[in-house]
Design a protein around this ligand. Sequence first.
Ligand code: FMN
Length: 272
Amino acid sequence: MSASEYTFNVASSCTKCSACSHVCPSGIIVMTADGPTLPNAKICIRCGHCVAVCPVGALDLSLTPLANQKPIDATLGIDSERAEQFLRSRRSIRSYRKKEVAAADLTRLLEVAHYAPSGGNTQSVSYVVINKREILGKLSALTLDWITEMSKVNASMRSYSNLISISRETGTDVIFRGAPALVVAVGSRKMPIVRDNARFSLAYAELFAPTLGLGTCWAGFFEMCSSAYNKEVYDLLGLSEEQMVVGALMVGYPKYHFKRLADRNALDLRFL
Ligand SMILES: Cc1cc2nc3c(=O)[nH]c(=O)nc-3n(C[C@H](O)[C@H](O)[C@H](O)COP(=O)(O)O)c2cc1C
């Protein structure tokens, strides 16, 4: 639906509290004596804030319909202690069980991940999931070849020569760590912000994964290799030249479970 064809309905239950107008990021909801109005939705980013914030459910905007908004269940909230443990117990998983991940679980993972924030609510990230060992093997080998070539000309890539030796000598998959699935985030090359959008959605996926019994790890080497535009990789993924790999996550069932929360560098923080 284009932003010029829309309906903005305000039920008689509206209390004229102005919350819808205050939360609108584009500032296009105008309060009148009769309640909120939306004279022009051209710059509406369809974030759904106006509809979601109404305490009495009086507002409906066809660009982001009330019927598509699920009520928030306040009883499902978590306290900060639980939240801290949940966030800190997320770890990169590099040892996976030899168990396939069902397509339904991968879909559920990305269904939640795609609710992550995006610049201007552009969203704009699509996903390709590879859960075939044969294709993963080819992508891993292409990435390793790329690292090998890059390490000849790039000093920082030379520090990974250890990984190359391990892989060549033992056949260990140092790129995808034996993960049975890879989620690749894809965006348009014409949209610079898409990489940031992808980062947030994959971070959501990382955090949600343990609730499905899954573990993840960023596939940074693969991403570097493919975002440099590697035709063979793009052909395997079925991507065009206009598209770009903007992030990738290995996904699978963890072989080990961490029992402690690891420390990080001391927080570097200043108040001004
Ligand atoms: C953008 C990004 C790329 C990464 N790429 C890789 C990778 O290619 N291979 C790998 O084993 N880990 C990769 N990691 C995982 C980091 O090494 C890991 O996040 C870090 O060591 C902290 O450990 P933790 O995630 O378990 O807390 C990547 C992480 C990020 C954020």
